[in-house]
Design a binder for this molecule. Structure first.
Ligand code: GTP
Ligand code: MG
Length: 215
C-alpha cells in the first residue's frame, strides 16, 4: 500500500508489471529506464538468469512531484512469468498500488495470457484483495509481430469482468506505448490516493512518464 512519510514529505507507490512468461515485462522497465531523465530515475535492479528470464523481480524507482508539497516515488516491479515462480509473484504483489498486465498479443499465447490473468486474481485473494479495487491497465504487447490477435479479441478474453480496464497497445522492444502505459497507471494510482486522503492535487501532469525524453 502507498506509504506516506510526512517528515520527508514523500509518498511511495508500488506499481507491479504482471503477465505470462516472455510477454515483455522486463522490456517495459528497460525501455523506461532508457528514456527517463537522470533526475527522475534511480538505479535499475534486475535479478535474472543467464538467459535473461526474471528470477525474482526487476526494480526501477522513479520520482515526480504531482501531489502538492510531496515527492511521489513510484517503485516499479516486474514479476517472473515462469509458472514455477508463483511464490515469488505473490511476494512481489505485497502492498501493490497499481498494476500493469502485460499480455502477449501472439495467437499462440492466448491461453497463457488467460492463465496468468487468473493467476493474478488468485494471488491477490491471498491478501484479501480484488483486482477491481486496484487501479490497473491492460497492455497488449508485441503488436509488431505478424501472428497477433486483434486487440478486441484480447479485450474479449481479458476485459470481461465487472470493471472495464483501459487497454494500451505496445511494442515494448521499440519503446512504443511504454510511456503511455506508465503515465496512465500512475495517474490512476494518484487519483485513487488523492480521493482516499482528500489531498490537493498539483493539477499538473508531472508523473514520471511526462518527463521522459521522448515526451
Ligand atoms: N517482437 C517483439 N519482441 C518483444 C517485445 N517486447 C519484448 N519482446 C521480446 O520478448 C522477449 C521476452 O521479453 P522480457 O521483457 O524478458 O519478458 P518478461 O515478460 O520479462 O519474461 P519473464 O521475466 O520470463 O516473465 C525478449 O526477447 C524481448 O526482446 C515486442 O514488443 N515485440
Ligand atoms: Mg522478466
Amino acid at each position: 500500500m502507498s506509504f506516506v512519510n510526512l517528515g520527508k514529505k514523500e509518498i511511495n507507490f508500488k506499481i507491479v508489471y504482471y503477465g505470462p512468461p516472455l510477454s515483455g515485462k522486463t522490456t517495459n522497465l528497460e525501455q523506461l529506464h532508457e528514456i527517463m531523465p537522470d533526475d527522475v530515475k534511480g538505479k535499475m535492479t534486475m535479478l535474472s538468469t543467464q538467459q535473461d528470464r526474471t528470477l525474482y523481480f526487476d526494480f526501477l524507482p522513479l520520482q515526480s512531484s504531482a501531489i502538492k508539497g510531496f515527492v511521489s516515488r513510484f517503485q516499479l516491479y516486474t514479476v517472473p512469468g515462469q509458472q514455477i515462480y508463483n511464490q515469488t509473484r505473490k511476494i512481489v504483489l505485497t502492498g501493490v498500488d497499481g498494476l500493469v498486465f502485460v499480455a502477449d498479443s501472439q495467437w499462440e499465447m492466448m491461453e497463457v495470457n488467460v492463465e496468468s490473468f487468473e493467476n493474478l486474481q488468485e494471488n491477490l485473494k491471498t491478501y484479501n484483495r480484488a483486482l477491481e479495487d486496484i487501479p490497473y491497465i491492460l497492455q497488449f504487447n508485441k503488436r509488431d509481430l505478424p501472428n497477433i490477435a486483434p486487440s478486441h479479441y484480447l479485450e474479449f478474453l481479458l476485459n470481461g469482468g465487472p470493471v472495464k480496464a483501459l487497454c494500451k497497445e505496445a511494442v515494448a522492444v521499440k519503446g512504443k506505448g511504454v510511456n503511455d502505459t506508465l503515465n496512465t497507471v500512475c495517474k490512476m494510482v494518484m487519483t485513487q490516493f488523492i480521493e482516499a486522503h482528500n489531498m490537493p492535487s498539483d493539477g499538473g501532469n508531472k508523473e514520471p512518464a511526462d518527463r521522459a525524453k521522448d515526451g
